[in-house]
Ligand binder design. Sequence first.
Ligand code: S3P
Length: 423
Amino acid sequence: MDITVNKTKSLKGIIEIPADKSITHRAFMFSALTKGKVKITNFSKGADCMSTLNIIKQLGCEFEFINEKEIIIDAKDALKAPIEALNCGNSGTTTRLMMGILAGQNFNSKLYGDISLSKRPMKRVICPLELMGAKIKHNDYKLPVEIEGTNLQGINYNSPLASAQVKSCILLAGLNAEGVTKFTEPYKSRNHTELMFEYMGANIEINKNDICVKKSKLHPVDIEVCGDISSAAFFMVAGLIVPNSEITIKNVGINETRSGIIDVLRAMNGNIELENERIISNEKVANIKIKYSKLKAITIEGEIIPRLIDELPIIAVAATQAEGITIIKNAQDLRNKEADRITAVTTELRKLGANIEETNDGFIINGKTDLKGDCEVECYHDHRIAMSAYVAGLICEKPIKINEFQWVNISFPEFLGLMNNLI
Ligand code: S3P
């Protein structure tokens, strides 16, 4: 589906953001481990989470949609050997977390994915899983992988990467391993796994960047999933850069390990207010109010990077409208996402007229630039590149065409509908 985006005068209104993708993956997978029934309210309907749901079904779970917002997962007795290979689609989270679950089962399984996922590195999870005793066959640490289920041993793992997918994989393996599994990360990455483990009664201890888990059961407790700050980010930036805009985004998860985007946009002089802060299923939530603002450039580096890793493409769009030189560093892992997001963002924003350069581990963006548009933009099979291009298109002088915009459905099928409510 190719679409055209036109310049807009303002964005005004109140929207509710759909459920968090990271938390939905975990809610589906962890429910599958409970041997009971879990009601999940407000789950992500994006293709990535549907890949996870299909996989737990192949592993013997049943589910029933009660209505648009509620699903009941019935985990039955225990996970069963799948008859066919498990399709992870485009989803890195599905792949890496499922590997942690499957490595310690008493059956074998095979995981595969689409072209983009098949190029992504799995060494980061295969190596620590092998240290735990896992038996995994692979070709150069890429999908497809064959897992021979076996008994796992706890390890003490000092991760070189601040990656929540690696951390969650090892903690899930640890839940079913003998002894203690200790995971230490260099900087804090998103902690939804730890919070949901606590919420579901696992034996877990958290001490800053050290997390210890012991063999334990997850209890079937109902879960409500908050709105996705990574989806809200596109509306936050759109509201800040489209003149005369005023948007309220309801029900957004503002977990500290995800809210780097709020800190950065505020440091850029963005007018952002939080209202009605509350806790839902162990996660902090708020409504976010945004008003058009004159932005200024900042440097983004170090410890904050994992707190906003998925938001860097849309932050780059914001930086084109900030006065001064924005520098983004230490974001090397952006090259290992659904696309090489450093090259993709630089190439596409340049087409629109931005002054942006790629570096080994980030960007240098010189603003403020009036974006011209009048061109065709590619998505690189990447939902976040598609949505970032859309938001940039809202301020281009001339219309832009975005090719294959359907990639948005990976995380945010509701995107166009919500945007049209505000235009
Ligand atoms: C995710 C973790 C992040 C993020 C991804 C979702 C998760 O990846 O980019 O979109 O749900 O754990 P890394 O942990 O590999 O950085």
